[in-house]
Structures are given as structure tokens and as C-alpha cells.
Design a protein around this ligand. Structure first.
Ligand SMILES: [Zn+2]
Length: 393
């Protein structure tokens, strides 16, 4: 067993549950902050834990280029390397290859691309993507797929979907043959309990068995989970076919990919809703790369269990803050003398301590702390949004 989805309550299409992984449990529906380069930009891991983050996403493309998969593997895998003992998910690298790298050449075999860092040439295929993700050692890893561009004509969407299905089969085959090679494979249950490689003061250690150690559930799963990805563009018929044939291949969970690529939101919702009908109820449902706070709440109510998005962290670095009273652009001069909290309805450490005037000053002065504080608030707002959704189910 790799991960287990326990659905506790359903309400309409929505479901509340728990995802059991080798490095701990995750309450669902969950929002997963993006830790692109083994860091959620500007936020230390202990703060993420205090905010209640239960699972982080890492980007295989970035970690593969720097510091390199072998480097991370030799340091014990991504959990140990980044001192994050809780669950992790990595993407396949495909999406970044398509969006960031130069001179891509896509063939049946895989994708040849040049690094956006130094122009060096690389090749990523279903096999090498899964090999990289096994080396990094996240709890949940993703099949290598092609994110179909939007708009695209029917023939192109069909061809792309068929290739994703063939790549999905190859991803699964490689995974089945190599899944024992994960850095923490074979450790006894509970040894996923990574001890932080830091000399923490004993008071701190005592306070949080949680900070340095994971309480592994009894009979915690001891291999990674591989999720398949449904494509099929914006055509419900192709989405259904992609879902059914992906389920036939057989994965530990199912993701809906290729959305939030420029299509109208009403269409995103329609595709999510119709695709979910064709996914097994006893497996996790993951919607990739969405959305605003309103959108993630809406998708959770449709039956999505897991979501990730760079929006809260990226917007924060640009001074755009999500609050219970709407979006705030903290750079505006109107906040220069505003002593009130950023969001009176937000219990986060930033809103409890700092004024809008101070946050505005930090941003206008281009201080590093502006990015740190803004990101902590936005993440906190997203996590609270999901907490409220969970309680409402
Ligand atoms: Zn706040």
C-alpha cells in the first residue's frame, strides 16, 4: 500500500476525509503550498508547521536541474534534505519543461529541452521523470504527461491525450519495477520519523515531538504513491475517455491536469465536475494548479480532495493580499497611515501583530520582510479557507 484515502463524510458532491501517507496524515480537502526549489519562498519550515501546513509540493524540474536528484538522494531524500518530515508531493517536471525551458523537442520517447538556468541540454521521459521522483522520495509522485495547450483543435487534443495515456502506462511500468529504490524504503514503520539534522534546544524538542519527528500511523504505508493524470482539453467526451482509460491503467490517485490554462472559469468548473463523475470514489482526487480562494472552495465542494497553486505565494511577493474583505494591494498610498490590521477577520500571526501602514512601508521600501510577512498571511488565508470548507462538509 502507498497511500490510503479514508472518506469520513460526504455532503452533496463534497467529501471530507484523510489521506494516509508514509510521512503522516493529511486532512482533506487540502490546499498544498508550492515549495518550488525545496522551499516555500520566504517561509521557514517551522512557520509552515505552525500555520498547519500538512503537505507541500516540490517541483521536479527545478530540483532535477539544481541541486540535482543524485545530490538530494545522497542526502537522504527531499524530506531530510529540506528538514520537512511531513508529507510531500512532487510533480513530474513536464509542466515546467513546457512552460519554462527553451528549445523543446517533443517525441514519443520524451522531451528534449534546454535548462532555463545555463542552457544545458536535458532529456525527460516517463522513465527518467519517475526515476527522478523516486530519487527525490516524495510521498506522492505524478505520472509524466503532456499538458495540452489552450486553445487546441480536436485532432491535436486527441493526439496529446493518447500520448499522455501511453506515457502514463510507461510511468506506471517504471514505477512498479523501481519503487523499492526510494531513499526511505525498507525503513521500519516510524522511521519515516526523520530527526532534524539540527541541534535543537531541548525545550523546543520537548514541545513538539511534531517538530522533529513524525508520528507514523500504525502500519504506515512504506512505498510512494503514483498518481495518474487525466487530460483531454476542454471536451467533456475526451475527458471522460481519458479518465476511464487512466483508471484502467490503475493508479493510487487521480489528478485532473490541463486546466487553468487560459480558459473561462465556467468551463474549468464544467470540466472538473464532469471529469469527477468518472473517477473512483475510494481514491484521492487532485486538481492541479488552481486557483483563487473562492475557486478552491468551489472545487472542494465539487469533490476535489487536493489542490495546489502558486497564486497565494506569488501574489504575496507582489504585494497582493487576499482578505475576508477582498483583495488588498498593500502598495497603495491609502494604507500609509492605516493602523488597522491587514484583515480584521484573520487570526494569522501577521494580522495579529502588524498594521497595514507597516506592511505598506516594508513593501514600498523593498524590504525582504515584506515578502515574508505577505506570504505568511496569504498562505494562512488559503489554509483557513480550506479549514472552513472542511468544517462545512
Ligand atoms: Zn492574516
Amino acid at each position: 500500500m502507498s497511500v490510503e484515502m479514508q472518506v469520513a463524510v460526504t455532503s452533496g458532491q463534497a467529501r471530507r476525509g484523510r489521506l494516509i501517507t508514509p510521512h503522516g496524515n493529511v486532512e482533506t480537502p487540502v490546499f498544498m503550498p508550492v515549495g518550488t526549489q525545496a522551499t516555500v519562498k520566504g517561509v521557514p519550515q517551522d512557520v509552515l508547521e505552525e500555520l498547519g501546513v500538512e503537505i507541500l509540493l516540490g517541483n521536479t524540474y527545478h530540483l532535477y536541474l539544481r541541486p540535482g536528484v543524485e545530490q538530494v538522494r545522497s542526502l537522504g531524500g527531499l524530506h531530510r534534505f529540506m528538514a520537512w518530515p511531513k508529507p510531500l508531493l512532487t510533480d513530474s517536471g513536464g509542466f515546467q519543461v513546457f512552460s519554462l525551458s527553451e528549445l523543446r523537442k517533443v517525441t514519443e520517447e520524451g522531451v528534449t529541452f534546454r535548462s532555463h538556468l545555463d542552457g544545458s541540454s536535458h532529456f525527460l521521459s516517463p522513465e527518467s521523470s519517475i526515476a527522478a521522483q523516486i530519487g527525490l522520495g516524495a510521498d506522492i509522485i505524478m505520472a509524466f504527461d503532456e499538458c495540452t495547450e489552450y486553445p487546441a483543435d480536436a485532432a491535436r487534443v486527441r493526439a496529446s491525450m493518447e500520448m499522455t495515456l501511453r506515457w502514463g502506462k510507461r510511468s506506471k511500468k517504471y514505477f512498479e519495477d523501481h519503487k523499492r529504490e526510494v531513499p526511505w524504503s525498507g525503513s521500519p514503520p516510524g522511521a519515516g520519523a526523520l530527526t532534524l539534522p539540527l541541534g535543537l534546544p531541548s525545550a523546543y524538542e520537548g514541545e513538539a515531538g511534531s517538530a522533529g519527528r513524525v508520528e507514523a500511523p500504525t502500519q504506515a504505508p512504506r512505498t510512494q504513491a503514483l498518481f495518474g493524470i487525466v487530460q483531454g482539453g476542454m471536451q467533456p467526451g475526451l475527458r471522460q475517455e481519458s479518465a476511464e482509460r487512466t483508471v484502467e491503467i490503475g493508479f493510487d490517485g487521480y489528478a485532473i491536469g490541463g486546466l487553468s490554462v487560459g480558459e473561462p472559469r465556467s468551463l474549468t468548473r464544467e470540466i472538473v465536475e464532469s471529469t469527477l463523475e468518472h473517477l473512483p470514489k475510494d481514491k484521492p482526487h487532485y486538481l492541479m494548479g488552481v486557483g483563487t480562494p473562492e475557486e478552491i472552495a468551489e472545487y472542494a465542494r465539487l469533490g476535489i480532495d487536493m489542490m495546489d497553486c502558486v497564486l497565494p505565494t506569488r501574489a504575496a511577493r507582489h504585494g497582493l493580499l487576499y482578505t475576508s474583505e477582498g483583495k488588498v494591494s498593500i502598495k497603495q498610498a491609502r494604507y500609509a497611515g492605516d493602523e488597522g490590521p491587514l484583515d480584521p477577520g484573520c487570526p494569522c500571526p501577521i494580522c495579529r501583530r502588524y498594521s497595514r501602514a507597516y506592511l505598506r512601508h516594508l513593501y514600498a521600501s523593498n524590504e525582504v520582510l515584506a515578502q515574508v510577512l505577505n506570504t505568511i498571511h496569504n498562505l494562512s488565508f488559503y489554509l483557513d479557507t480550506m479549514r472552513r470548507v472542511r468544517h462545512s462538509i
